[in-house]
Design a protein around this ligand. Sequence first.
Ligand SMILES: [Zn+2]
Length: 155
Amino acid sequence: MAPDHAHLCKALSEEELTAALGEAGVRVTRHRTLIYLTLAKLATHPTADELHDAVHAEDTKVSLATVYNTLETLTELGLVRRIAPDAPGQGCRFDAEIAPHVHMVMPDGCVSDVPDDLSEEILGSIPASLLDQLAKRMGVRINGIKIDLSCTPGR
Ligand SMILES: [Zn+2]
């Protein structure tokens, strides 16, 4: 992990997850909980396959299909964010951090979070007046900003 990784994941605790699933009428299972908590622990924004590997290390009974289905459910509930792949052939990646933040995307598809302070500065640097202007001109409501920085290794 990068030494300047000043990012605190604001993912849900097990209790908060249980409450959120219950509220949405989704059955809380040990496997769903394990999948979410494993995703929340990883800073790598894993694909479903990578997440399955990590979950499998804890519990070999969790199938890849369960990981896919759970990610689908959690994404639909807005508890997990799906990151579309940059290049064909790369799988979707997943993020338990749903608050707005900026991603760095490397050529191999690896995604990491920009440190919180810089992320806030980047997101905050887009003037509200500009967004208003855009919303008016295009007749849309802007609900959020997603910024993925396309990066290559430096120094
Ligand atoms: Zn992220």
